[in-house]
Design a protein around this ligand. Structure first.
Ligand code: SF4
Ligand code: SF4
Ligand code: SF4
Length: 375
């Protein structure tokens, strides 16, 4: 095992291969507060990449209702239990990662789902965590809560799938950090299925190989955001590039939200993979649950997000989500407009801080009609 630095857990850790970071790292931010669980993202991926034989059960993108929704069943609960105590001190994780707690003879602590664990795409959908009694619904946070967690492969900096593959069939592209399975090398041992804590590798029984989200790399190579991003009805997603904290650029929208404002957090950072999909946590769920899921920064992230109405930069940047198919590497606010630009400064998109409101007259003299949509 090599010693590598994982900034998300604030310390060095053991990993199967030495640290080797890509030229730039694919990353994404999902604003959970805006997801409506319409599953359009799920279908956008399904119809693009996994409509073949042997792929019927594969959901490279899925959306599950937390706390009771899972795909596959109990994917996170099982590993959290296996991992044992997880604690943080001053931003550093003091428990063990899944690499450090690997059993003898294994490279990663993991488990392999049964076929039946994939039987329900979102068992427990819309089940909330408690009964609404005696006005509990008027308190925030209240016991009756749930939120939607959209998930794709995290294109981790330290992928467990890659570390576990005995044939070296999984690789991380040096140009963009996207993690792919070489289909010609894979022999379907399913070590990766067992190792990925997020359960984002799927075995195809027809081809005898493992398959996973490819971050829509043919689109990303052209500067376009992936299918599940551009089809998102709630406009909760933004794709781009994340830097390490010391190299963060405030004019990079991903860096700004992850490193500068710290409002977007990794999913289960304690697993130790440095995942590169970041979440703006839901503001209405219990903090202990959010801290287990997103780490110790959850409380501050929620507070920062709640302050957005009085924070034109943050509120403005959030408006760039879902406004264009193009990847936005740079951004700035100019007065009441938010501008997304290319690396060379060329403008991609301009979004107003406030949508203009037009009120039409109640009676249209030209057509001699009364309108019903007037105040
Ligand atoms: S989320 Fe899973 S499949 Fe994706 S890179 Fe990380 S370990 Fe591999
Ligand atoms: S990024 Fe592309 S391949 Fe990955 S889940 Fe989204 S649509 Fe599917
Ligand atoms: S398309 Fe967007 S809003 Fe709809 S479920 Fe997917 S992430 Fe949520």
């Amino acid at each position: 095992m090599a010693r590598v630095h994982n900034w998300q857990i604030g310390r060095e850790m053991s990993y199967w291969y030495p640290e080797s970071r890509p030229h730039r790292q694919f990353a994404a931010i999902f604003d959970i507060n805006k997801c409506i669980a319409c599953q359009t993202c799920t279908l956008a991926c399904k119809t693009t990449w996994t409509s073949g034989k042997g792929q019927e059960y594969m959901l490279w993108n899925n959306v599950e209702s937390k706390p009771y929704g899972f795909y596959p069943l109990a994917w996170d609960l099982k590993l959290l239990q296996m991992l044992g105590a997880q604690s943080w001190t001053k931003g550093a994780y003091t428990g063990q990662t899944i690499f450090e707690s690997a059993p003898a003879g294994k490279r990663v602590l993991g488990w392999r789902p049964d076929e039946t664990d994939y039987a329900y795409p979102n068992v427990g959908e819309d089940d909330c965590a408690g009964q609404i009694e005696n006005g509990a619904d008027l308190q925030v946070p209240h016991l009756a809560w749930f939120f939607y967690l959209a998930r794709i492969c995290n294109h981790c900096t330290y992928p467990a799938c890659l570390a576990s593959c005995p044939r070296g069939s999984i690789y991380k592209r040096p140009e963009d950090g996207i993690v792919l399975v070489d289909q010609s090398r894979c022999r379907g041992y399913r070590e990766c299925v067992q190792a990925c804590p997020y359960k984002k590798v799927f075995y195809n029984p027809m081809t005898g190989t493992s398959e996973k989200c490819i971050a829509c790399f043919p689109k990303m190579e052209q500067g376009l955001q992936p299918q599940c991003f551009v089809n998102c009805i709630g406009k909760i997603r933004m794709a781009g590039w994340v830097s390490q904290p010391e190299d963060a650029r405030p004019d990079n929208p991903i860096d700004y939200l992850v490193h500068v404002r710290k409002v977007a957090l990794p999913l289960f950072p304690q697993f130790g993979l440095e995942p590169n999909v970041y979440y703006i946590p839901p503001i209405h769920a219990p903090m202990m649950f959010l801290q287990q899921m997103f780490g110790p920064g959850a409380e501050q992230a929620v507070r920062t997000y709640q302050s957005a109405p009085a924070d034109p930069d943050l509120a403005g940047l959030l408006r760039l989500f879902g406004c264009t198919e193009k990847v936005i590497p740079r951004w700035k606010r100019v007065g009441d407009s938010i501008i997304g630009s290319r690396e060379d400064g060329g403008e991609i998109v301009r979004v107003p801080m406030r949508e203009p409101v037009y009120i039409r007259p109640a009676f249209d003299a030209k057509y001699q009609i009364a309108r019903v949509n007037c105040p």
